[in-house]
Design a protein around this ligand. Structure first.
Ligand code: BEZ
Length: 268
């Protein structure tokens, strides 16, 4: 997870609420299982888990016998990961300033890279971190990810036109498959495989909040912190009304995720 500076962990904090993430965004971790299969970490390998979050996937990599370092930019996530997995090596650091020199057999990253706009800095740091013959296995939001959610948010912001609230809302980096593959090649990788595919993810209503409002509370914290408290109710209703037709099915909200998954190796 890459993040703005640390802050108190309140409902509208800009910092991650790591406990809430662990319990309510479990689908992010579950969605990482196929990526673990693709990584296929072997005993004794050195693996960097870039954006290790609460450490659940770092644990799985360690359990495969690899020597894993979990790196995350969020102090709250690190604290949660260290408490849950005290035997593992978690470090504070940002994806765009990786300082590893040919130290890892694999760099693994799940649901993190869409938070980092300087993708070139990430990719060149990953390339430098890998040994010859290493591999980069990553999944994150691709072009079109959460497009309906974002359109609904922008519709609500345009309708409310609240002074001081940044518009349009577009905080993430969701590249097209071809553009990301080209970026990898430009930074010394051979792309072994790359996919882009929709993965709608159920977000149940919780604590009196609709699934889409619960999703925004976790993943659009900065925006929610920017909105005046008095506007939260009308903002949420506008978002729900705009997105319901596309995202509410069989009594559940489905977030319109599109994943981009890549496996790349240092070019020969
Ligand atoms: C994602 O995993 O695709 C994602 C998560 C939070 C915000 C935006 C995208």
């Amino acid at each position: 997870m890459n993040l703005p500076p640390p802050n108190a962990e309140t409902e509208t904090s800009r910092e991650w609420n790591a406990k809430r993430y662990a319990s309510e965004a479990r689908f992010v971790i579950d969605g990482g299982a196929p990526l673990l299969d693709l990584l296929a970490a072997r005993p004794g390998e050195r693996v960097l888990d870039l954006g290790s979050g609460t450490g659940a996937l770092t644990r799985a990599i360690a359990d495969a016998g690899a020597r894993v370092v979990g790196l995350d930019a969020s102090p709250a996530m690190l604290a949660e990961a260290r408490a849950a997995h005290p035997d593992l090596d978690f470090r504070l650091g940002r994806g765009e300033t990786l300082a590893f020199e040919h130290e890892f057999d694999a760099v693994f990253s799940n649901a993190t890279l869409h938070w980092i706009h300087d993708a070139a800095a990430v990719v060149s740091g990953v390339r430098r971190a890998l040994v010859p013959g290493g591999r980069f296995v990553a999944e994150f939001g691709g072009h079109g990810n959460v497009a309906t959610v974002t359109a609904a948010v922008n519709h609500a912001l345009d309708t409310l036109a609240l002074p001081g609230v940044t518009r349009p809302f577009s905080p993430w980096y969701f590249p097209r498959l071809g553009a990301y593959a080209s970026l990898l090649e430009a930074h010394g990788f051979d792309v072994r495989s790359a996919w882009s595919f929709p993965r709608p993810s159920a977000m149940p209503d919780r604590d009196g909040k609709s699934g889409i409002a619960a999703w925004l509370a976790i993943f659009a914290r900065e925006l929610m912190a920017e909105l005046p408290a008095a506007a939260h109710g009308s903002f949420t209703r506008l978002v729900e009304d705009h997105a319901r037709g596309a995202l509410f099915r069989d009594g559940t909200w489905w977030i319109d995720y599109v994943r981009l998954r890549v496996v790349a190796t240092p070019a020969l």
